[in-house]
Design a protein around this ligand. Sequence first.
Ligand SMILES: Cc1cc2nc3c(=O)[nH]c(=O)nc-3n(C[C@H](O)[C@H](O)[C@H](O)COP(=O)(O)O)c2cc1C
Length: 391
Amino acid sequence: MLKFQTAGESHGQGLLAILSGLPAGLRIDFDYVNFELKRRMGGYGRGGRMKIESDSAQFLSGIRHGQTIGSPIAMLIENRDWSNWKDSMAVTDHPETRAKYKPLSPPRPGHADLAGCLKYNFRDARYVLERASARETAARVGIGALAKLFLREFGIEVASHVVAVGRVALPPQIVPFEVVLALRAKEDILLSCVDPAVEEKMKQEVDLATQDRDTVGGTFEVRARGVPPGLGACAQWDERLDGQLAQAIMSIQAVKGVEIGSAVENAAHFGSQVQDEIGYSREESRFTRKSNRAGGIEGGMTNGEEIIVRGFLKPISTLRRPLESVSFETREPVKAAYERSDVCVVPAAGVVGEAMAALILARAFLEKFGGDSIEETRRNYEGYMDQVRRY
Ligand SMILES: Cc1cc2nc3c(=O)[nH]c(=O)nc-3n(C[C@H](O)[C@H](O)[C@H](O)COP(=O)(O)O)c2cc1C
């Protein structure tokens, strides 16, 4: 079973992840992992923090001579900003330096500050936000890159693009997978939109938010091509792959909605307009679909079509023009705290979405095909694909 966890605070020494359950013999392309980390750091509307960091992954276990060995993979991404926060975020207690650091409050509406302070009984939201912060997603992207490398062994590719920033949206369409994938080759990520004219308008939307000392949300779409039919299950609620993907995407900071296929639009149409009619190609000996409104999942199982899942981000909550909050000390109305912050993170969230989708797909793939070595997984996979082709 593929399992993963992350640890680390936003301004702590670094971010850690442990990924266990990848079969032995998977060749790791370290440049690819670091490229993925770089992609997460990009995008128009990011704050000062991303200028400080230059993420790169160090692997401490589970890989030997460039290949996985079946043992848990431990990964560390150092925080460059740590050198500025050594005292403030010290693990050991030094009361004389501790007194220098002003607690972060009043709590920011929309952030984890108030809920976390009440839950953990702190008066300083720093204790909460350091972990709640999306800096944590660097760790997810690092191990997500390993999941992507695993999926690639079986011809599965995962990619993302941005379909909306604030009020500016790409017109409804299924963008060809190759076009989405081509965005990866771009040196500088602007807003990861496949249409340059729409992207320019998205940029203006970010500029408007920046000028107004505000923030802006949006929608990203993750796509996975080459996924075999039959991953996930219809047997139990928690085995349904659409539910697992929805949780994984929803777990990304600031994502408040998830859509699989064209679910939102489907809900407003009759069944005859929505279901993806089934055909058969004798040349390719496979079932075909005339459309893919289901986003590649039916009955909690992949159906062999492309996976399409969207994440809807709220505008991020730290505002240069702070909203109303309440002082912890006096209980009087005051303006919320401000902390260096991004204005728009939709492309970065898309990269995190790719990582989460890849981890969930890799887990479902290994649940179906198992294998302690890549060769064993491949044999099991090919045996099943042969069965599907002969069906
Ligand atoms: C890539 C990324 C970067 C983010 N950067 C910021 C940020 O700079 N400032 C901020 O207030 N929120 C930021 N967020 C969102 C917060 O982490 C998130 O809103 C907060 O932890 C509360 O969680 P929730 O919105 O999921 O309820 C970011 C989210 C993502 C995905």
